[in-house]
Design a protein around this ligand. Structure first.
Ligand code: FE2
Length: 466
């Protein structure tokens, strides 16, 4: 189907977008079941039906303010078109794909979904699944002609790294590359790596800040795996897991995505939407990984199970389809860490999401997709010193967090206070480093606010960000 051909005029995507926008407005204004909603829904269904009469899928992308149908820009600059091309991206949506088989309930569900606060891609996908919408996808991720927004990020962290973290990345890279060549998993390296992560990396504030902060790189599998292992470990600690459980958890988290070493890299890294076949291949990293790990003698029995289940939902959905079976709690721990890690890292089609927003995304997924108790524990474990909290540094300075340094949430900017917390007596950037490149100080602890404490007196006093 060529949208620039004679049929294109008849197949203008604008009425679909307008219909959806109107329906969105009506569902937010009138009670459910109102006749106005029914009428608009019927009209929209009819327009969509005309589109899908000639092809199995209609793909609408909004690229740089222009509406594209099936990858071809649709001409016309009337105000209605311009407005709609502005509205959807403002809602966090710039692609809308509708497939044959779509029904009125799905269209209505999408219109209602658009009323919800702007969410990340993962949250949108989860919401669609939750509402049983199978023939419509919405996303910030656009399939065609979208390389303009694809950014080349480095494949791994650049710059100065904590030595233990750097060493663990190197070991993981070797392990994963070996496996990608079709060789046996090197158990000795895996064990060394688990020890290194538990006893060194997780104890280094510098390493943790490098893992927890926004990551300005598009993580390859080995890097993602090390980070997920550390994040799982932090969550495990928060849950007071014993040492043997911790060892099992870190091993499983480290190897959860090992199946990806058997998927072509160009598919793993493909910017934009995947074809059905590519999606199936990617999804198979769970079963492939589980099979590889089950054949490796000497691993903890949980390791293949976590690889199999880490994309399963807390209540039994997700993939692979294992019926209503609820995933093992360790798989659920890794799922939380996996999603946080993925969204705080850069992707070719998406900038990294800052930790505090990543926590919100997790909160939205809590319930059906993620285990609520685990999400709460995770956010408690990794949230750093939110603005307004009182902290003490390792030089015994007391201050109120007035700003978080971008990419370095463990080292915020403080408004210094005296012990009575009367008011700001100066400012301090805890991210400052000495001549050797080491931090001059660390935030040591959060201090419980005294009764009647007014953080407002300290906020708004932050010096301009650099
Ligand atoms: Fe995965």
């Amino acid at each position: 189907m060529n949208a620039s051909g004679p049929a294109a005029a008849a197949l203008d995507p604008l009425p679909v977008l307008k219909g959806l926008a109107n329906l969105r407005w009506l569902t937010g204004t009138y009670p459910a079941g109102h006749p106005m909603i029914g009428q608009k829904l019927h009209e929209l269904e009819e327009i969509v039906r005309q589109h899908l009469h000639t092809r199995p899928e209609m793909r609408i992308d909004i690229i740089r303010g222009g509406v594209h149908l099936d990858g071809v820009r649709v001409d016309g600059s009337d105000p209605a078109r311009a407005q709609i091309a502005r509205e959807l991206p403002e809602l966090g949506i710039d692609s809308l794909y509708i497939r044959d088989g779509v029904d009125a309930d799905e269209l209505l569900a999408v219109a209602e979904l658009l009323w919800l606060p702007r969410s990340g891609q993962d949250a949108i996908t989860a919401q669609l699944a939750q509402r049983n919408v199978r023939h419509i996808s919405l996303g910030k991720l656009v399939a065609l002609d979208t390389r303009w927004r694809a950014q080349q990020w480095p494949d791994a962290p650049t710059g100065r790294l904590d030595p233990a973290y750097a060493e663990s990345l190197l070991l993981a890279q070797q392990t994963f590359e070996r496996t990608a060549e079709g060789r046996q998993l090197d158990l000795i390296t895996v064990r060394d790596l688990v020890q290194l992560l538990i006893y060194k990396v997780a104890r280094s504030q510098a390493a943790l800040s490098q893992i927890l902060a926004v990551k300005e790189y598009e993580n390859l599998t080995y890097c993602h795996s090390v980070n997920v292992a550390i994040l799982s470990l932090l969550l495990g600690r928060q849950l007071h897991l014993g040492e043997s459980d911790m060892l099992a958890l870190v091993e499983a988290a480290l190897l959860h995505d090992i199946g990806k070493t058997r998927i072509p890299l160009e598919i793993v890294k493909k910017p934009g939407a995947l074809t059905k076949r590519e999606r199936k291949l990617i999804d198979a990293h769970t079963t492939l990984g589980a099979a590889m790990l089950a054949q490796t003698e000497g691993l903890n029995p949980l390791t293949p199970l976590v690889a199999l289940e880490h994309h399963r939902s807390a209540k039994g959905g997700g993939y692979p389809d294992l019926g209503s079976e609820v995933p093992h709690i360790m798989s659920q721990v890794v799922s939380v860490a996996d999603i946080y890690e993925a969204i705080t890292g850069a992707r070719s089609y998406q900038d990294p999401t800052p930790p505090e927003r990543a926590c919100l995304v997790l909160a939205r997924l809590a319930g059906d997709k993620l285990n609520t108790v685990l999400v709460k524990a995770f956010v408690n474990a990794i949230t750093f010193f939110p603005v307004g909290s009182i902290v003490r540094t390792d030089r015994n300075e007391l201050g109120v967090v007035v700003r978080t340094n971008h990419g370095d949430p463990l080292h915020p900017v403080l408004a210094l206070a005296d012990e009575a917390l009367d008011g700001p007596v100066g400012h301090l950037d805890t991210a400052a480093r000495d001549a050797s490149g080491a931090y001059e100080r660390h935030v040591r602890a959060t201090v419980r606010p005294p009764a009647g404490f007014n953080a407002g007196a300290f906020l708004g006093t932050s010096p301009q960000s650099a």
